[in-house]
Design a protein around this ligand. Structure first.
Ligand code: PSV
Ligand code: MN
Length: 388
């Protein structure tokens, strides 16, 4: 039997971090469709993130991307965020947009370019010191397009050297989250293509380095929950970048493409005792809202994670273990599916009402007038964009 009070406590304590860049204009390589009311600076992105937190109650941190969110005074930005009720979360590095990085950043054959990229990682760690961020999230677009273009193994050595330098700069509770991605922008070989490569580098680095799973970064049909279970067992899972995909790295709303996969992932999190924020996993979103209104889409995404989590918490673990141990394949699967097929929306509505929130965060946002206000206020200036 599931302890409903414990399920509600776990849902109330859940934390989800939203990304500053999801509030900005974004698109595909073919077209960016701009939207009215989009933030023009990091402060306005933070205000939007605070709005998501106000309506959901479980999104109290916003991840920054440097240099997209570069400011002169990070302490002032942090104080501004705190006044609005949110913290600065992970600091994301960007070693993929300068012309210098055409042949790679930390794996570039040119030592000068490697130095520049590594210095950027160190700069991000300095910023973490000023914002109080715990997490340095590293994603490298590094890779090659053609067989023979560069030496695959040398590139691993260069990567390891840069990671070591950044790792040695960490202090206090700071840590590295190393993200992997199968392909794009490199099309033949990527330098951190999969969880195994990330895991091996993290292992070499030490305790403060863990893997970040971006759910959109795998080959089709990859069993992501297996990766979650494996990394949890090794104490090497540090974070998620949640989003969903139908084809490649689509960055659609998490839970939109495959809510069953999200449930299976969250079940492994619950099974591993890793849902509690004290465990240390950063549950982040990494999405782009190219055609839909951004703030309600992010609220919806947070709710999708909550729904998958609620279902995972409802799995009757005792009944499941009993069925598994007696080899009752059908019953084990039925117990699992019973939880997945439960409509958890009334339960989550109760959790929200108990927390003093509106049970329907999207409707409450729509009624609030915030959307109309940002459209009216944010006129002039330059809208923030993915890559701007
Ligand atoms: C790369 O595709 C990625 O998932 C990384 O997390 C980046 O930091 C993020 O997207 C934004 O470009
Ligand atoms: Mn990502």
């Amino acid at each position: 039997m599931t302890d409903l009070a414990a399920v509600k406590r776990a849902l109330t304590a859940q934390r989800i971090e939203t990304p500053s860049w999801a509030y900005a204009n974004s698109g595909t390589r073919f077209k960016v469709f701009t939207q009215p009311g989009v933030p023009r600076n990091p402060e306005e992105k933070i205000a939007d993130a605070a709005t998501v937190h106000r309506f959901t109650g479980v999104a109290p941190a916003v991840a920054l991307h440097i240099p997209w969110d570069k400011v002169d005074d990070y302490r002032a930005l942090t104080a501004y965020a705190r006044d609005l009720g949110v913290e600065i979360g992970a600091i994301n590095t960007n070693v993929f947009q300068d012309d210098d990085y055409k042949l790679g950043s930390v794996t570039n054959p040119d030592a000068g370019i490697r130095r520049k990229a590594t210095d950027h990682l160190l700069e991000a760690i300095d910023i973490m010191g000023q914002t109080g961020s715990r997490d340095l999230k590293l994603w490298f677009s590094d890779g090659i397009n053609y067989p023979g273009q560069d030496d695959l193994r040398d590139r691993q050595d260069r990567l390891a050297a840069a990671l070591r330098e950044a790792y040695d700069r960490l202090t206090g509770d700071q840590r590295i989250l190393l993200e992997y991605k199968l392909f794009e922008p490199a099309f033949y070989a990527t330098d951190v293509p999969d969880w195994g490569t990330s895991y091996a580098h993290c292992l070499e680095l030490g305790e403060r380095a863990t893997v970040c799973i971006d759910t959109g970064h795998h080959a089709p049909s990859t069993n992501i929950e297996f990766i979650v279970a494996f990394l949890l067992r090794q104490k090497k899972l540090g974070a998620f970048d949640f989003n969903s995909r139908f084809y490649a790295d689509d960055d659609l709303m998490v839970g939109a493409a495959d809510p069953f996969q999200l449930f299976r992932i969250m079940y492994e999190i619950v099974r591993g005792g890793a849902l509690d924020p004290a465990y240390g996993i950063a549950f982040m979103l990494d999405q782009c809202h190219n055609i839909e209104r951004k703030i309600p889409a992010i609220i919806r995404s947070v709710m999708n994670v909550q729904e998958a989590t609620a279902k995972a918490l409802l799995v009757d673990r005792e009944a499941l273990t009993k069925a598994q141990q007696s080899g009752d394949v059908l019953e084990a699967n039925a117990v699992f599916m019973d939880a997945y097929n439960t409509d958890v929306r009334p339960l989550l509505a109760e959790v929200r009402t108990d927390a003093g929130l509106d049970p329907d965060p999207v409707a409450a946002y729509r009624r609030s007038g915030y959307d109309e206000k940002i459209i009216a206020d944010r006129v002039g200036g330059t809208q923030a964009g993915w890559g701007a």
